[in-house]
Write a protein that binds this ligand. Sequence first.
Ligand code: SAM
Ligand code: TMP
Ligand code: ZN
Length: 405
Amino acid sequence: MTRCRICDGQVRKFFDFGRQPLSDDFRAEEDVAGAFYFQLAVGVCASCSMVQLLEEVPRERMFNYDYPYHSSGSQRMREHFAQTARDLLATELTGPDPFCVEIGSNDGVMLGVVKDAGVRHLGVEPSGGVAELARKDGVRVRTDFFEQSTAAQIAAEEGRADVIYAANTICHIPYLDSVFRGVDALLSPGGVFVFEDPYLGDIVERHTFDQIYDEHFYLFTATSVREVARRFGFDLVDVRRLPVHGGEVRYTIARAGARTPSPAVEKLIAEESERRLHDLDVLEGLGTGIDRICEDLVKLLRDLRDQGARVAGYGATAKSATVLNYAGIGPELLPCVYDTTPAKIGRLMPGSHIPIRSAAEFGRPYPDYAVLFAWNHTDEILARETGFTEQGGRWIVYVPSVRVL
Ligand code: SAM
Ligand code: TMP
Ligand code: ZN
């Protein structure tokens, strides 16, 4: 039996993907033998309702100098983070000498805007390569994991923060107890801890099961976030659904009693309860969808291969590791995947060992079909790759079901 990482309650498994590689472990051909594998299974806590992975991957294996993901790689996400920074500057960072800390600041896509506004800031980012990119843009970054001791040091050296912000990072951190104690040490009395992560409600509704991978240790809901916040002396005071990355929720947390919660919190929690989002049978329903999608995708790729069609993948996403490895798709069905990220080009997809080519080569020549693994960037990619469809190319998507566009 697995114990809950938050409350020590019983975690009930609802899906098991088997042995999986690390989703961002893009290796050169000569290095694939040393790849790390772990059991990717997901369950829900019967006591506090937190949805979580059953096995924890050591953090240094995932987040180190070579972490390949660059937040600035998408135009839409650059706009999203610029808007987020402007909103925080206008609402929370308005005092005489405001201070903004970002957990998981990556290449500085959000903090760069805070810096340009002349506001005191600090990123906490363990992955040295992306931290260096942010520093090149003049963003202050501490190369470190955020946890209680880091937060206490920052508070001692630089004072309390008015905003602690994180995007697509808090769900990556199994030790939330240490994170909340750190927030307690670092946040000013009236400050806010704001974080946004993929929303379980959207994952279940749209069958976006590929959001389940090593780095996404938690799949949050308003219910489970309010519960964990309470345990550490905080209130969930606002929630806002975001359309990015296939559906996320931005949670705003304040010290207990410091702010009146917005009605949106109760509303979303009531909706989650009505949908029975934490019930085992509902979550097991997601599993049925996963198996159907993977079977349909493999069948389509086999049929296309048998017809002699040329098929490629688009977007060497972390998400795609779950699809490719669980469905058992390798280079024989999908000879290559195109991507724009320099650190991924020329490497192999984790586990499936499909070669990654530069997106600049997508049209030399275009394949007949392209599986859109970066479905969360559909609009941006379809707008960029109009040449593909103009000469007859067809996109294949697999969530919420397998379809040829
Ligand atoms: N915030 C960016 C965004 O939304 O695009 C980056 C998200 S990226 C998926 C997750 C980031 O969190 C990585 O840059 C990783 O190095 C960082 N990270 C992981 N664990 C962390 C921790 N304990 N403290 C701070 N950052 C962490
Ligand atoms: P993400 O889904 O985790 O944001 O990763 C998106 C991946 O897709 C990343 O490796 C960059 C790649 N990508 C492209 O190749 N072309 C594009 O136009 C966009 C937006 C992303
Ligand atoms: Zn629990």
